[in-house]
Design a protein around this ligand. Sequence first.
Ligand SMILES: C[S@@+](CC[C@H](N)C(=O)[O-])C[C@H]1O[C@@H](n2cnc3c(N)ncnc32)[C@H](O)[C@@H]1O
Length: 292
Amino acid sequence: MTWTAQPTDDGSFTFFSAEFNEAFHSRQGARSEAFTKFAEATDLPEQARAPQLCLLDVCYGLGYNSAAALETIWAVNPDCRVELYALELDASVPQAVVDSSLVNIWLPPTQEILQALATDSECHSQQLSAKLLVGDARQTIQQLSMQADAVFFDPFSPRRCPQLWTVEFFQQVRGRLAPNGKLATYSRSASVRAAMQQVGLQIGTIPLGAAHLPHEWSQGTVAAIPSAASEAIRLTPLSPMEQEHLQTRAAVPYRDLSLRDSAQQILARHQAEQQQSSLESTSSWRRRWGIR
Ligand SMILES: C[S@@+](CC[C@H](N)C(=O)[O-])C[C@H]1O[C@@H](n2cnc3c(N)ncnc32)[C@H](O)[C@@H]1O
């Protein structure tokens, strides 16, 4: 993969991927996104009071979500023992970060962990057992038997990387979520939310922060297994506008029965299913809610 480093509004850098034609993080701030949309959205500040936690980082990339999670957990409870599994297609991405000064945004112990993961694909200490599994996450996830307290779900956007937003891949991820665990993603797309619902996850929104663009209505989605969601876990309910979005053609989910289809095959199937759908057009929904 080829990429170039570029600054974001909080001063931290991200990469821009030429292959996926997309940045790895939001323009508003790569480092801050890792804290707000992943570590905080999965309630790690509260979960960190437990003696141990298990984390799954889907699309490790520059390692920002894992780094923010570890710093969040150990700021609350330095004795919390963490088991971390990270999935990434391209080992040269984590390596490029630790070979550059981009890694300096993290505390020195975190930098050492990112360095070990990039170089040795694992890192073990009294507090941490971490593994980086390199390959297509649709296959590497099948090696894992775990119950994740937090899943950071961070592929490129559904249009660019539909392989990782399908009903079938969410089924794999759901099978690795602890009964009280939470999955967080930056995506607020109806197709993504519908796929999560189809595999039996309950979903909530990540409410907008103070600074947001006029067309935005959410910072992402949090999902959990329903029995837990109704009892121990609080999710922020979708607004009426977001609920109606799930009744439109935008909510036709991506499918990949074999977990091996190409992006083109998945996109073509999705387009055909949307065309056949009797759901309301998404443009009517946009007009009704004044979304440009
Ligand atoms: C949006 S970036 C992730 C950013 C990352 N979470 C971070 O904090 O830096 C998406 C990542 O997904 C990886 N990727 C793309 N396709 C993949 C696949 N099929 N399986 C696993 N990783 C994949 C890319 O190499 C890229 O590093």
